[in-house]
Ligand binder design. Sequence first.
Ligand code: PMP
Length: 458
Amino acid sequence: MTKTESTAWHQDIAHVVHPYSNLDAHSTLGPTVIARGDGCYVYDEHGKRYIEGMSGLWCASLGFSEKRLVDAATRQLNTLPYYHLFSHRSHPPGIALAQALTAVAPEGLNHVLFSSSGSEANDAAVKLIWYYNNLLGRPQKKKIISRLHGYHGVTVASGSLTGLAHVHRDFDLPLPRVLHTDCPSHYHFGLPGESEPAFTQRITDNLEQLILEEGPETVAAFIAEPVSGAGGVIVPPAGYFERVQAILKKYDILFIVDEVITGFGRTGRMFGCETYGLQPDMMTVAKGLSGAYQPISGLLLTDAIHDTLRAGSRKHGAFAHGLTYAAHPVAAAVALETLHIYRDRDIVGHVREVAPYFLEKLDALAEHPLVGQVRGVGLIAAVEITADKAARKPFEPTAGMGAWIQNRTMEYGVIVRTIAHCVALCPPLISERQHIDELFGGLSRALDDALVHVRANK
Ligand code: PMP
């Protein structure tokens, strides 16, 4: 048996269906089995150490060994391992979390509906928007606009919102009444010679045009991540959201902000809403809400929307929506402790302190012959890989450059994620300079090797 072919390795191939993995190639490639974590590091089953430059899936913001979260889970497991919120029941961690979360949330978001994942939170947003407009007596106002390359999940409704062709293809998505508008990436979608302000004007004009063509009386909501993550880390151009919000107001369209990645300090403010001046009617959170130690998410609502839901109950009786594990007490207790850690250790302040160093290291990669663009804010960034810098041309998918760079980076003990044509970086919020050095050290070496590889294969 070779080092990579442990019993676990064989059992994985035999039985595990892997999300976002090539299921055919997996039968020969097999898994990298990650066995334990410590601070900003994880270790595979053979004991090799990696710096986790992606916080897992943009989520383990406090790293992989936060004792306070373990203790919070243990205390709750010993007190009340499960209860629910159906039929007017409640439990202390659920109540305390709702209080703490709405206290730090942007102004006006005073109510929260819990679920377990980002996809479920966005699914709930879609359902509540439809329900809300039915209650308001405008059943025709139902369409939801999201953006190409936006990522909002994979369930039937949230997968429809996600603006990625491979998430829709052959899954019979998107649902009708979900529309997609432009991705705000000037690098990828700017016309030749078009300035960034002109690009912003053009794509927001397109949004208004789409609303007018569909009929504003049929468009209910627009959803966006402040910084798109899984669609390729798209940092919005200056003035983009200002213009979008003015258009939404003009046509009485609700704004759903998906803070699943950007929430809780990632962009250097508590929420991306603060970084970009957003005033949402609904906001979804997950991932960093519990530092990923437990699966929990939330959909936050304004008083106005909540009042309408209450009116619905006056008409229909019980609000007919709810999940068994919504506000699961162990998850809620861990999330509450996570919010306390963010406060006690001023994690947002820490992000603001280390982000300039992180972004400086990022900028230094811009000169590399294989790098077309670098972009980032706070502790989230992307390095765009290009075959031709001047023409902004990506490598052909068949060249497998993304996987090549990702694998080589792993050989150097660094975990990053390649998405489309970029390398995404999203290290734990507790990262110090030394972790940032290790992250960029491994990545730069891998890029240098990639250049040698590309030149050798020309
Ligand atoms: N929204 C955003 C912005 C996300 O990044 C993700 C997951 N990457 C989701 C929603 C979906 O979350 P989940 O995978 O927990 O369903």
